[in-house]
Design a protein around this ligand. Structure first.
Ligand code: GLN
Length: 469
């Protein structure tokens, strides 16, 4: 299997046409989809047409992603393609415009192959909350793909696409990346435009790239990152050119918190220690630290995310988008559309969120959670004055069997234990596979706001020490 960089190189040298590249990926999709269900919609004709056009037009200086196929999570708008968020309530809704990230990809020469499967409205950690059935793990289809960007992870791991886009509100890029043995980045909040991303929890959501290597992820990132006036939370901070991400890391101090490892599977802890040993042997300073308020991540997240979701999802009422239930009166239409259109987990989040925000409870829940979140942010800023990056496992557990329904709070919600902190504090985090047995073990580098550069540089070293590619 070729990496995105190798594919782009082959096109640049004239060793492969864009048409050939796209056809190969479409063949793999054809072969694997009936089992793995990584896509909700595929657009083969449109992709091939664009490939032909790119081969014909081929300018002298090729833009950075010229001819590169990309799979896009189905909560990101692509003009003319259906946008479902894996929900019945959006069935048949076609996006009238493209997200900023999609425009940037296309301007750089990329080709969108289709829209990937996910948990409904990005709520979940297994992909089982999809109206279209679960995407299935790339390593063993009897196991969960992870979520919510499960389809984007599986597609890349299987070679259905060289790279993909996911979104990450509490771990939805990094957790499925870990479950399928690929690399995923949750960028700094504000680094990548959310214009055209369907909102789940607006203060946490970020779009990010997924790929088989750190270099591929860094390349896509360098194209889609940067200020966008269409997103009021987008930050006007310059993005370095891609070549800067490939430099070797300078001497760095890496913080590790041994107090949070108790939640993790033994094999995952062992893998984590191996990475620490490797970094030490390379001359990096390892410092034991305590990540502030880390253990409150899961409850704080569920209150904050559900509160924001309950207001964001109020717009799906059967009037403007997608599915509309038959009814005699307007009230009844709203009621039935939402009852029939939303799945169980989405309804649960709306209820939790509405409750947390309601009169008499707001102080106790939403405001208290927001206060802890602020303490986390202040604390991590202080910590990142002392260390350059923080190393934590990506996920405490390995994937489990589809349909096994382990207890929701105990296992499913806890699968996000290590990823949520970066969303609550807005810092960037990169998940990297580092070996393992049947299922991979992954670690995560978290860094200072807008310092994705350090994550790529150090991440590349870690990646190549533990992976043969
Ligand atoms: N698994 C988490 C949840 O269920 C995170 C989802 C996400 O990042 N979109 O909310």
């Amino acid at each position: 299997m070729k990496t995105a960089l190798e594919i782009l190189d082959a096109i640049r040298r004239g060793e492969a046409t864009v048409y050939e590249v796209v056809s190969t990926f479409l063949e793999t999709i054809e072969e694997k989809e009936s089992i793995h269900n990584a896509f909700i919609n595929i657009y083969p004709e449109e992709a091939l047409e664009r490939a032909v056009r790119l081969d014909e037009e081929r300018p002298e200086h090729l833009p950075p992603l010229y001819g590169l196929p990309v799979a896009v999570k189905d909560n990101i708008a692509v003009r003319g393609m259906e946008l479902t968020c894996a929900s019945r309530i959006l069935l048949g809704f076609e996006s009238p415009y493209s997200a900023t990230v999609v425009k940037r990809l296309e301007r750089a020469g990329a080709i969108i192959l289709g829209k990937t499967n996910m948990d409904e409205f990005a709520m979940g950690s297994t992909n089982e909350n999809s109206y279209f059935g679960p995407a299935r793990n790339a390593i063993d289809p009897d196991y969960v793909a992870g979520g919510s960007s499960g389809g984007s992870a599986v597609a890349v791991a299987l070679g259905e696409a060289p790279v993909s886009l996911g979104s990450d509100t509490g771990g939805s890029i990094r957790q499925p990346a870990a479950f399928n043995g690929i690399v995923g980045l949750k960028p700094t909040y504000g680094r990548i435009s959310r214009y055209g991303l369907v909102s789940f929890a607006s203060s946490l959501d970020q779009i990010g790239p997924m790929g088989r290597t750190v270099e591929d992820v860094a390349l896509v990132y360098s194209v889609i990152a940067g200020y966008d006036p269409k997103d009021s939370t987008s930050a006007d901070v310059p993005v370095e050119p891609f070549s800067e991400y490939l430099n070797d890391p300078q001497d760095m101090t890496i913080g590790v918190d041994m107090g949070i490892l108790g939640e993790a599977d033994e094999e995952i802890v062992r893998g984590f220690y191996e990475v620490i040993a490797f970094l030490r042997s390379e001359g990096y300073r390892i410092r034991e630290v305590e990540i502030p308020y880390f253990r409150y991540s899961v409850p704080v997240y569920h209150i904050v995310a559900s509160s924001e979701a309950s207001s964001n999802l109020a717009r799906y009422d059967g009037v403007r988008y997608g599915y509309r239930a038959e009814a005699e009166h307007l009230e009844e239409m709203y009621y039935r559309t939402r009852t029939e259109g939303f799945g169980q987990e989405v309804k649960r989040r709306i209820l939790v969120g509405t409750f947390s925000l309601s009169y008499g409870y707001k102080n106790e829940y939403y405001l208290r959670a927001s206060r802890i979140r602020r303490l986390m942010k202040e604390g991590v800023l202080g910590l990142l004055d002392e260390v350059d990056v923080i190393l934590v496992p990506s996920v405490p557990v390995f994937p489990w069997k589809i349909g096994e329904h382990p207890d929701l709070i105990g296992k499913v919600y806890k699968a996000d234990y290590y990823t949520i902190f970066a969303n609550l504090t807005g810092i960037p985090a990169l998940s990297i596979p580092v070996g393992g047995g049947k299922f991979p073990v992954s670690v995560q580098l978290m860094g200072r706001h807008f310092d994705e550069k350090s994550l790529f540089r150090l991440g590349r070293r870690i990646f190549h020490a533990f992976n043969i590619i």
